[in-house]
Write a protein that binds this ligand. Structure first.
Ligand code: FES
Ligand code: FES
Length: 157
């Protein structure tokens, strides 16, 4: 066991855990943020995606010790009023079906748009390929990423 401080959505959380414990357990069970989902548990589906210093990681397979001193962002931290451009686009295009994969999808899309503000279809496919959706919302996800890119462009103009 070790005392570990995690910075999640700009707030510090001190927890006493095995340093090898998956970060997802810390986020959900110790800090109580349940928006990040557990899917496969073996880094294959992307349901557990969070951002670590802005980069998407699979929190189910990432040791909690690796996140110390870094900024962790979960779906709860994206915006206060569900008005982040990616969230706006997701709502406008009614992307989710069951919703289970969508926090991971939204965070992966957010990371993509930060690095590539106007992505092509191929760039979207490459960035999103690790996030699976059993409901098959892929076409709407792609459209919503293009729409979020438009909203971001308008906001910057
Ligand atoms: S739950 Fe982490 S990748 Fe599937
Ligand atoms: S919306 Fe159901 S798994 Fe993606």
């Amino acid at each position: 066991m070790a005392s570990i401080t995690l910075n999640i959505n700009n707030a510090n959380h001190k927890i006493d855990v095995d340093p090898q414990m998956p970060l997802l357990w810390a986020i959900r069970d110790f800090v109580g943020l349940k928006g990040t989902k557990y899917g496969c548990g073996i880094a294959q589906c992307g349901a557990c995606t969070v951002l670590l210093d802005g980069n998407p990681i699979r929190s189910c397979s990432f040791p909690v010790s690796g996140a110390t001193g870094k900024k962790i962002s979960t779906i709860e931290g994206l915006s206060e009023n569900i008005d982040h451009p990616v969230q706006q686009a997701w709502i406008e295009l009614q992307v989710p079906q069951c919703g289970y994969c969508q926090s991971g999808q939204i965070l992966a899309a957010t990371a993509l748009l930060k690095k590539t503000p106007q992505p092509t279809d191929d760039q979207i496919d490459a960035a999103m390929q690790g996030n699976l959706c059993r409901c098959g919302t892929y076409p709407r996800i792609k459209s919503a990423i293009h729409r979020a890119a438009e909203i971001l462009k308008t906001q910057k103009a």
